[in-house]
Design a binder for this molecule. Structure first.
Ligand SMILES: *[C@@H]1O[C@H](CO)[C@@H](O)[C@H](O)[C@H]1NC(C)=O
Ligand SMILES: *[C@@H]1O[C@H](CO)[C@@H](O)[C@H](O)[C@H]1NC(C)=O
Ligand SMILES: *[C@@H]1O[C@H](CO)[C@@H](O)[C@H](O)[C@H]1NC(C)=O
Length: 394
């Protein structure tokens, strides 16, 4: 009888897109997809165990629950599953057979559990069946472990089509992303999180040389040596972001600029550099990146408050369209505007300077209308120099 109702609910009585309580667990919401498969949302339901899943499930979200253990073989039936979100639970170990059956899975999140990075928690071969996994998230698991435990590379080695990986990063240089990472030839995006300090060296990324996108997110500080990023010839996006406002990038930005010449950099986002602004290195970026295809530079929230750019800083790279220098305590700023279309100078201290000076060192070449947006809000401006008015800005 129960079987009959289930079939009725899944295949005929419920219309496509319609959502209702699932028959296998009424706390969950099921909705039917166009092809007759089912998306299952069991998030935030105080669930402690995953029970018999419908075979037609393609999407399963069990995040924000109390799951501390996954029964062996539970996913054997869920052989069409493409997305599995197990984040924000209490998992502390994964069995060799936990993921059996997930042959089509594309997305797996295990963020915010208690999965310490070791080959005890993540035994080798647990990912062997996941031949199509392209996104794996393992953040906020390895937080309390001893220093320098990197993710077991003999376990990750099977994910040969993985494109995006999100990991906790520990402060270990040489062997952080071990040899097994060389098998991830499709790995393009790497998000590294850390609750203390990152320290990177020329060995950090040697096994992940196909990266296009790197985001380093930390509470405290980031250090790197020369050559850290040099081997990343496909790198287009590099971003450092911080939770606290106290610390930040502790290494010289020159090192970074030199390395970036060997990459394909397009977007650079640097928050919280701790360099004093008197020696602010925007001109170094201009010089080193002049021949690159860089389109966006964000150097914001500098803690070495109050300063000005040494003059002249030179023309920015011709490809640069966005320059954001928000919240840097700048008291003076002038620039050969080049092809910049968005210039963001908000939250600085340029009120006095802008009352007598234009913020462009030279007239932009050719057409003034290239500039679409200039943001000089929160600069304690009382009066503006008249030359600004010939600009077509909004
Ligand atoms: C799962 O549900 C949570 C909470 O409702 C949500 O934040 C998350 O984005 C969902 N996961 C996926 C993969 O959609
Ligand atoms: C697990 O890691 C330890 C050291 O990190 C190593 O000695 C051991 O051989 C590994 N075991 C397996 C099964 O890979
Ligand atoms: C800039 O982009 C063009 C077109 O995509 C490409 O041909 C060229 O090699 C790039 N130059 C650099 C320095 O990356």
């Amino acid at each position: 009888m129960r079987g009959l109702i289930y079939i009725c609910v899944i295949y005929s009585c419920v219309q496509i897109g319609q959502t209702g309580p699932c028959t296998f667990d009424e706390r969950c919401q099921c909705s039917i997809t166009k092809n007759g498969y089912v998306d299952v949302d069991c998030s935030r339901k105080k669930i402690t165990r995953i029970t018999n899943l419908p075979e037609s499930a393609v999407f399963l979200n069990v995040s924000h629950n109390l799951i501390d253990c996954i029964s062996k073989g539970i996913f054997e039936a869920a052989k069409h599953l493409l997305t599995l979100d197990l984040s924000f639970n209490r998992l502390s170990s994964i069995n060799i057979a936990t993921f059996n059956g997930l042959r089509k899975l594309r997305y797996l999140s295990l963020d915010n559990n208690k999965l310490v990075y070791s080959n005890h928690t993540f035994p080798t071969k647990i990912f062997t069946q996941m031949k199509f996994l392209s996104h794996l998230s393992l953040k906020n698991n390895n937080i309390r472990s001893s220093p320098c435990t990197s993710f077991p590379d003999k376990t990750i080695v099977d994910l040969s089509v993985l494109e995006t990986l999100e990991l906790d990063a520990k402060d270990c240089r040489e062997n952080f992303l071990g040899k097994g990472f060389r098998s991830l030839r499709k790995l393009k995006s790497l998000v590294l999180e850390n609750n203390l300090r990152f320290s990177k060296s020329k060995f950090t990324f040697i096994n992940t040389k196909y990266l296009h996108y790197i985001l380093l997110h930390t509470i405290d500080e980031i250090l790197f040596t020369r050559k850290t990023f040099r081997k990343l010839r496909y790198l287009k996006h590099l971003e450092f972001s911080f939770d606290s406002k106290i610390r930040g990038i502790m290494s010289s930005l020159e090192r970074l600029a030199w390395d970036l010449r060997f990459t394909s950099i397009e977007t650079l986002k640097l928050g919280h550099s701790t360099m004093p602004l008197q020696t602010f290195r925007l001109y170094i970026f201009n010089k080193e990146l002049y021949t690159k295809n860089i389109t966006e530079i964000y150097v914001t929230d500098n803690s070495g408050k109050a300063g000005h750019f040494p003059v002249p800083i030179g023309a920015p790279p011709p490809t640069l369209h966005i320059l954001d220098l928000s919240n840097n305590g700048l008291i003076r700023f002038t620039l050969d505007i080049g092809h910049i279309t968005r210039l963001i100078l908000k939250q600085n201290l340029q009120g006095d300077f802008l009352s007598t000076k234009s913020y462009f060192e030279k007239k932009p070449y050719g057409d003034f209308s290239l500039i679409k947006l200039i943001d000089i809000s929160q600069n304690e401006i009382k009066d503006l120099h008249h030359s600004r008015l010939i600009l077509n800005h909004h």
